[in-house]
Design a protein around this ligand. Structure first.
Ligand SMILES: Cc1ncc(COP(=O)(O)O)c(C=O)c1O
Length: 446
């Protein structure tokens, strides 16, 4: 067969095309999602298309669970709803034994509707209302208090309900090798956390049983976890000695890096991000140091992106090609930052979904929005694509289906593929109808 014509190209040599481990990896064709041809999925559900692998999701969760099980006697993994609260995703993780970790009244209601008992729901977040706390106490959810006004509100709601609920305090720390997220919780080093604990103990309307810290997100410095766990453990011992407060749960929040690659990162995420085993090791080492031989409390993790990122991909179709004035090849896709906000942070891997020919050259992938910052990937070596070709954007499972925006284009179908190759929509595509349904035309404009 005569090979297809290839237009000759001159590729300017640019630093960055190589890394110290060798040449760029060969372009891999990603034409099947699990065992199902990508082309069939797009033919059935349209493009762009958000896909989730149930198998990968379960495997990643089990990996984290096994790492904890081999190190501590009592632990809980609570699924961070904000990372991905599609019902089917939460259902899979709850089936695996995850509790729910929610940060708003809306998420609390989602978890309850999915059938989670209140005692398996952890309620974080800086803005809980009277009604939110009332529902949480009614259902027996575990609230983690963020600020002093919330202490007062929780005391009032508890008194009104005639209950003395167990609560946790969210704590932040300055002495860690990561920026301090001091807008959440009470600072440990300056005494604000101790003041809050004293007040709770003195008033006696709430039962302080848990300490919570979430040191940040995509934290690659795992020392931060060891130091934070150790500090919380020491403080728990101090609370017992000074205030007779018995802490039975230490919640280390989320924040583990996924295997994506940050925009600013030299090495690929697969090499730069610690493994789940390494994170678990750091936390347990920190707790053991802080508890100095005493029995460890129940450890809670609220890991989000490191569990779900790998299970999702976005399939996009090439709308057209163009050449930028600096010589780079540009490809316009039908998926952009509207459904892939993580493209602002990550250099997502992109793969062709069909055979490709020709020389790979630096390519920029744009999305479909009439907006200059709609860039899916600003530089990647890629062979030429033609209109109608498909690409697969990898590791998109975290935060995209919760932070996506309805701007210019409607949100697409989301489909889950089972380990045996069954597939089904888990969230229907939106349409003009979806938007108009929420609008109202005032009578005077009718
Ligand atoms: C309190 C809390 N827990 C858990 C998470 C999940 O974090 P990640 O997805 O970084 O693991 C977040 C996210 O910011 C959070 O705020």
């Amino acid at each position: 067969m005569k090979p297809p014509y290839e237009r000759p190209v001159i590729v300017r040599h640019q630093v960055g095309g190589l890394n110290k481990f060798g040449a760029q990896p060969a372009i891999r064709v990603y034409d099947k999602f699990e065992c199902v041809p990508v082309a069939d999925l797009v033919a059935q559900y349209g493009s762009p298309l958000v896909l989730f692998s149930e198998r990968v999701l379960r495997e990643r969760f089990r990996e984290l669970r096994d790492q904890l099980a081999s190190r501590v006697a009592r632990f809980t993994i609570a699924w961070s709803y904000k990372t991905n609260y599609l019902g089917a995703i939460c259902r899979v993780l709850h089936q695996e034994g995850a509790w729910a970790e929610v940060v708003s009244g809306l998420e609390l209601e989602m978890a309850l509707r999915l059938g989670m008992p209140g005692r398996q729901i952890i309620f974080n977040g800086p803005a809980k209302s009277d009604a939110d706390l009332d529902l949480a106490f009614r259902e027996g959810a575990h609230i983690h208090i963020d600020h002093l006004d919330e202490v007062a509100l929780a005391e009032r709601v508890a008194e009104r309900r005639g209950v003395r609920p167990s609560v946790g305090l969210r704590v932040n720390m300055t002495d860690l090798p990561v920026p301090c997220w001091d807008r959440f919780g009470f600072n440990l080093e300056n005494g604000a956390a101790m003041d809050a604990a004293r007040r709770i103990a003195k008033r006696g309307r709430l039962n302080l049983t848990a300490l919570h810290v979430h040191v940040g997100t995509f934290v690659q410095e795992r020392d931060a976890y060891e130091l934070a766990a150790c500090a919380l453990a020491k403080w728990a011992r101090q609370l017992r000695e000074e205030l007779d407060v018995h802490i039975d749960t230490i919640d280390m929040g989320g924040g583990f890096a996924s295997r994506n690659t940050l925009q600013t990162q030299y090495l690929p995420g697969e090499q730069a991000s610690p493994s789940l085993a390494q994170y678990a090791d750091s936390i347990v080492t920190g707790l053991e140091l802080g508890y100095a031989g005493q029995e460890l409390p129940r450890l809670v993790l609220e890991t989000g992106r490191a569990v779900v990122d790998d299970s999702g991909v976005i399939v996009a179709t090439v709308v057209g090609n163009k050449r930028l004035t600096d010589g780079r090849r540009a490809v316009v896709l039908d998926a952009g930052v509207n459904i892939l906000p993580t493209a602002y942070w990550y250099r997502h891997d992109i793969f062709p979904a069909q055979d490709v020919h020709g020389t790979a050259e630096p390519t920029v992938f744009f999305g479909p929005l009439c907006m200059n910052i709609d860039v899916v990937r600003d530089r990647i070596l890629f062979p030429s694509l033609k209109a109608g070709d498909r690409v697969v954007i990898a590791r998109t499972g975290a935060y995209n289906v919760t932070q996506w925006m309805q701007f210019i284009a409607a949100r697409p179908n989301v489909v889950m593929v089972s380990p045996t190759g069954e597939h089904s929509i888990i969230r229907r595509a939106e349409s003009l109808e979806t938007l108009l349904q929420q609008e109202h035309m005032p009578a005077w404009l009718a």
